[in-house]
Design a protein around this ligand. Sequence first.
Ligand SMILES: [Zn+2]
Length: 112
Amino acid sequence: MTATAPAIEMFACASCSAVHLEVLNGRCPSCGSADLAPVAVEGSGRVASATTVRLAPPGVDVPYVIAYADFEPGARLLGRSESPLDIGDAVRLVRVDDPVERFRFIPDEVRP
Ligand SMILES: [Zn+2]
C-alpha cells in the first residue's frame, strides 16, 4: 500500500513565506497573495506534536499515531504514522495510494 515518495508538491507564498499543501482559488490561505510557486517538500522532518488514536469508527484499525511534523522549507504537515512518535523525532514522508491521505510519516533513523 505504501511506496517511498521523492517529494510532496506544495505551494510557497512569496509574500508571507507560508508553505501550504492546498490553496483555494490560487490564493495563499495565510495572506491572500496570488504570488505562489510550487515547492517540493522532501527529506527528513521533525515531529512538532503527536498523539495516539485509540478509538475510531468501525473499519479503521487502531491504535495509530497522528502528528504534525515540520519540513523544509517551512512546511508543517499533518499526517498519520503506524509507528509510535514523540515530539522531536525525525520522520520521512511516504506516499500512500489514497486520494485523501496521500502520505504518511515513518520514523527516520538519520537525524537532519
Ligand atoms: Zn501568503
